[in-house]
Design a protein around this ligand. Structure first.
Ligand code: AHR
Length: 526
C-alpha cells in the first residue's frame, strides 16, 4: 500500500500512523465513535495536476448543439454565453473534442469555411440526427478560449487517413506558410493555435475500429509519426487505453499497446463508467433505492483497482513515469430520461452523482503521480453533466456534480498531502464499503481537506490531528440534501447546492468535524 521509494518521510509517517489507526478500527465500527484522521501538512507529495478536472464535449445529443452552441435572437448559431460563464467558475483546465466515438467518424474539413457552405452529415452514432457542421475547428477553439481551457483534439483513426489527421494538425499548428496554414488564414485565423494534446483515435478496441492491441499499436505509430513539430509545438500524443468499464481486456490491451508503441505514447486513455445494475439493469438517475446508492459507490471505487493494475503495467514499460495515465471518460451512466431521444444519453443528476464525483476525485488524487488528466463524460446534457439546459438552451440548471467540481477546484495544481483515515464502514444488505472518503492538498499556504460521508443514515464524526503546521482558523462548505435522490430541476434549481459548513471545530492541532449523513465537505485551514 505504501511506496517508500520516492517520498521516504511521508511513507514512514504513514506507516506509523497506520499502526495507530489499526488499533482503533474496531472502535470505529460503532458509527457513533469518531473516525481518526491524521494529516501531515509538512510532507507534500506529488502535485494534483489541474487536468484531472477536465471536460468532454462530444457531438452527441445536446452537449454541443443546444448546450455550448445555441441559436441567438437572429437565428444564427453562437456560443452559449451564460453557460460558458457558469463553467468558467470551475476553472476548467481542458475540453476534449469532438468525441468519443464521434471522433473516429468525424472529417474535420467538413467543419471549416463559411458555415452556410459546410456539408451536412448524419450522426449515425448518436440518434441519427443531421449534423450541420456549424460547430467545427474554429468554433471549438473560440469555445476553449472563452472558457480559459486547453483544447484536447481527438483525431480520426477509425475511418480517417494519416494524411487527413496530419493535415488537421498542420492546420491548427503550422506558424508559417504551408498549404494548411494558408487554408486556416483563408478562414480568418492568422496565428496557429498551438494545440498540444492530441488523441490518436478513441476506444480503438471498440467504436474506434474494433482493433486488437497489436494492430492498434502499429496503426497508432503510423498516425503519430506524422504529427510533426511546428514552431514550439510538440504533440502530446494520447493513445487509446483500456476499457475498464467492462473489464473485458484490461491487462491485454494495456500490455499490448505499451509494449508495441509505449515509446511514442505520452498519455494512455483509460475509460471507466459507473453503470449501476450493469448495461441491462440501469435505473433512472433520480429513481433508485439504497441498494443502488451503495452499489454506485462500491462500483465507482473500483476505478482505484483499474488504475493500480494499469499503472503497474505502465511501470514496467515506462519506469521513468513519463507517460500520463488519463481517465479520459468517467462518470455515471444511467437510463436516459423518459421522453428523451435514447441516443442522446440525456440523464438527470442527483446527490448520488455528486458523491460519485467526490470519491472519484479522491482516488485520482491518491494516484496523482501517474494519473495526470481525467475528463468527466460529459459537460452539458449528456451522461454525468455539469449543466442541464432547457430545450432551446436558454435556461439552465447547475447539477450536484457541477457543485463538486466547483468545491474541489481548490485541489487543482495543489500538492497532495498524505492523510491516514480510519474510514469505518457503511453496510446495506450484502454490501459493505468504507463510510468515508477524503483527500487533502496544499497550495499558496492554505490546506484543503475534503471529506465525503457515503452513509445516508448516520452522521459521522472525524477527529483529525493536524501535524506539521499550525492553523488558526477553519472554514468550509457542505453539499448535502434531504434525500439520496435529491436533484435540481428548472423549477427548483437550488435543491442541491453548497452552503456554509458550521460543523468543524479547531482546537490547537485537533480538528473535530461532524459530517451529516450523505454529505460532502470541503474545508480550508489557514
Ligand atoms: O461518452 C459516451 C461514449 O462512451 C463515447 O462516445 C465513447 O467513447 C464511450 O464509449
Amino acid at each position: 500500500m505504501f511506496r517508500c521509494t520516492r517520498y521516504q518521510k511521508r511513507c514512514l509517517l504513514l506507516l506509523a500512523t497506520a499502526l495507530l489507526l489499526a488499533t482503533s478500527t474496531a472502535f470505529a465500527q460503532n458509527t457513533n465513535a469518531p473516525h481518526r484522521l491524521i494529516l501531515n501538512a509538512d510532507t507534500p507529495g506529488p502535485t494534483i495536476n489541474r487536468h484531472i478536472y477536465g471536460h468532454f464535449a462530444e457531438h452527441l445529443g445536446r452537449d454541443i448543439y443546444g448546450g455550448f452552441w445555441v441559436r441567438g435572437d437572429d437565428g444564427g448559431w453562437q456560443l452559449n454565453e451564460p453557460v460558458i460563464e457558469a463553467l468558467r467558475q470551475l476553472n476548467p483546465p481542458n475540453v476534449r473534442w469532438p468525441g468519443g466515438c464521434f471522433a473516429d467518424y468525424y472529417h474535420w474539413k467538413d467543419g471549416i469555411g463559411p458555415r452556410e457552405e459546410r456539408p451536412t452529415i448524419v450522426n449515425a452514432l448518436w440518434g441519427g440526427v443531421t449534423e450541420d457542421n456549424s460547430f467545427g475547428t474554429h468554433e471549438f477553439m473560440d469555445l476553449v478560449e472563452a472558457l480559459g481551457a486547453e483544447p484536447i483534439v481527438v483525431g480520426n483513426v477509425g475511418s480517417g487517413t494519416v494524411e487527413e489527421m496530419a493535415d488537421w494538425w498542420e492546420y491548427m499548428n503550422h506558424p508559417g506558410q504551408s498549404p494548411m496554414a494558408d487554408l486556416r488564414r483563408e478562414n480568418g485565423r492568422d496565428e496557429p493555435w498551438n494545440v498540444r494534446f492530441w488523441g490518436v483515435g478513441n476506444e480503438s478496441w471498440g467504436c474506434g475500429g474494433n482493433m486488437t492491441p497489436e494492430h492498434y499499436s502499429d496503426v497508432y505509430k503510423r498516425f503519430a509519426t506524422f504529427l510533426h513539430n511546428y514552431g514550439d509545438t510538440r504533440a502530446f500524443r494520447i493513445a487509446t487505453g483500456p476499457d475498464a468499464t467492462t473489464n473485458r481486456d484490461l491487462p491485454e490491451w494495456t500490455e499490448g499497446v505499451m509494449r508495441g508503441a509505449g515509446h511514442m505514447i505520452d498519455g494512455l486513455d483509460l475509460h471507466y463508467y459507473t453503470v449501476v445494475g450493469g448495461w441491462g439493469g440501469r435505473t433512472l438517475a433520480t429513481e433508485f433505492t439504497e441498494a443502488e446508492w451503495i452499489a454506485a459507490f462500491d462500483q465507482a471505487r473500483q476505478v482505484d483497482g483499474h488504475i493500480r493494475r494499469t499503472a503497474a503495467i505502465m511501470d514496467r514499460y515506462d519506469p521513468q513515469n513519463r507517460v500520463w495515465l488519463i481517465v479520459g471518460e468517467w462518470g455515471m451512466w444511467h437510463l436516459p430520461e423518459p421522453g428523451s431521444e435514447p441516443g442522446f444519453l440525456y440523464q438527470q443528476n442527483a446527490l448520488r452523482d455528486a458523491l460519485v464525483a467526490s470519491i472519484s476525485f479522491d482516488i485520482f488524487h491518491q494516484h496523482a503521480d501517474r494519473v495526470r488528466m481525467a475528463n468527466i463524460a460529459q459537460t452539458i446534457n449528456v451522461l454525468q453533466a455539469m449543466i442541464l439546459t432547457e430545450r432551446e438552451g436558454a435556461g439552465f440548471v447547475l447539477t450536484p456534480t457541477y457543485h463538486v467540481f466547483e468545491m474541489y477546484k481548490v485541489h487543482q495544481d495543489a500538492d497532495l498531502l498524505p492523510i491516514t483515515l480510519d474510514a469505518g464502514s457503511y453496510t446495506h444488505g450484502e454490501t459493505t464499503i468504507p463510510a468515508l472518503s477524503a483527500s487533502a492538498s496544499t497550495k499558496d499556504g492554505n490546506v484543503h481537506l475534503s471529506l465525503t460521508n457515503m452513509d445516508p443514515n448516520q452522521p459521522r464524526t472525524v477527529q483529525a490531528t493536524l501535524r506539521g503546521d499550525s492553523f488558526s482558523s477553519v472554514s468550509g462548505r457542505i453539499l448535502t440534501a434531504e434525500a439520496i435522490t435529491s436533484h435540481n430541476t428548472f423549477e427548483r434549481p437550488n435543491t442541491v447546492a453548497p452552503t456554509t459548513f458550521n460543523g468543524a471545530r479547531l482546537n490547537g492541532e485537533q480538528l473535530t468535524i461532524t459530517m451529516p449523513p450523505k454529505s460532502i465537505v470541503v474545508l480550508t485551514l489557514e
